[in-house]
Each structure stands twice: as C-alpha cells, then as structure tokens.
Design a binder for this molecule. Sequence first.
Ligand code: NI
Length: 255
Amino acid sequence: MYFESHAHYDDEAYESDRHEILLKIKKAGVDYVINAGADLLSSEKGIQLAKQYDFLYTAVGVHPHCVNDLKDQDIELLRQMAQEPKVAAIGEIGLDYYYENSPRELQKQWFEKQIVLAKSTNLPIIVHSRDAAQDTFQILQFHYKTLPKGGVIHCYSGSLEMARQYVEMGFYIGIGGVLTFKNARKLVEVVEHIPLTYLLIETDAPYLTPVPHRGKRNDSTNLVYIAKAIADIKNLTLEEVADQTAHNGKKLFSL
Ligand code: NI
C-alpha cells in the first residue's frame, strides 16, 4: 500500500487522460492520494476530484507563485472550501524565492494568513519552500505551537540540521523524486538520519519525475522508486517503507 502525500491531479497535464491515470494508480496499490491546491481554481477542482474518487483527498490553498492574484476577501473563499468533507489540509502554502513570481512580503503575508486558517479549521499544512529556508523556518517556528495538526515540509530540500528541528517541532518531512537524482547527497543524508516515522513520500506529479523515468510526465505509480531509494539508504524492505509512510500519512491527515 502506498500513500501519495502530494500530487496535482487537477493539473492540465492530465486533461486528456485523468480518469485512466487515476484508475491506473489505484490499481498499482496507491490507496491514498492527497491532491495539493495551487490556487483558488485548482483547490476547487481538487474538491471535485475528491467527490469522484474515494481514495483521493485534497488540500486547499494558494501556492506562493499565485498569491499576486489574490484579493483580501479570498481568504473567506478558502475558508468555505476548507469545510468540504474531503479536505484534509491547507496547502500548498509557503515561500518561493527561486522564481519569485510574487513579491516576498506578499508571499509571507499569505503564508501566515493561510497558517492562521489552518489553525481555525483544525487542519494540517502542506508547506512549499524553495530558496527560502530561513524565512520559512522562522515563520513556522513562530506558529507551530498553536498549529493543532502540524504539517509536512513538502519536497524537502534543506539541511539535516533544519530537518531535525522541524521534526522536533512535530512536522513531517516530505521526500520526493529528487532523492533518486545523482546530486541528491544532502537529501540522502536527511533520509539516513531522520527516523522513518517522520517521513512521507510524494511524487509532486506531474512534476519532478524520479529516475528511471525522469523527463516524462510523473504520476503516483512512481512512488515505488522513491520508497525503494529510502529502503536502500535505511537498509529496510520496500514494504516496510511503504507501510510506515502510509501509516504516517494517515496519522497526519487524520484518515
Ligand atoms: Ni506541489
């Protein structure tokens, strides 16, 4: 059994064969999928998908790339969406200074507004952080004690030291396809030292396809390559990694 903790099946990359792909991944043993929201429209699409597929749950939230388009009152739209029955998290939310599609100050404001929303709706958060490790950490350090359900640092790319601090704060570490890339030395170190009870696996499909399918469109059947890489690093069986990360996912998202 696999637990996909982060994918984007509302994405237009699946426009022509979404139904076939979702049937395929279910058949391949992916028993849970968390669909991550990217903006308001994608969050709404995620809710619709969750109504159609029993194994798919969804997160609602606005990615730092997209906060430029938001109006103040949109937080109320997100609040309404968060009440839908299969919404399991607020996300993905956070900071992205690599692309910097939106000004940093605005990214920080919406990150915090959506953290506050997670507190009031009693949901965990899915955090996106790219080239913004220090600011992300500072904001989460300020809020974690009053965040009832914690969250996951998705597609983790930071240091081992910071991962340890996140774990101490009760966050999970999301491990994606980057672990299978040749230059993943830092992430290998994280996987080696962080206990399996704090790891989640994710594809971030349609992006970040792991080796050996790098370059092709991603989907959750590729979780096996990420789980295998973790198993090899930790000297465990594939099944142990799949089962424990599924257990972790069910716990974090209350499923
Ligand atoms: Ni994502």
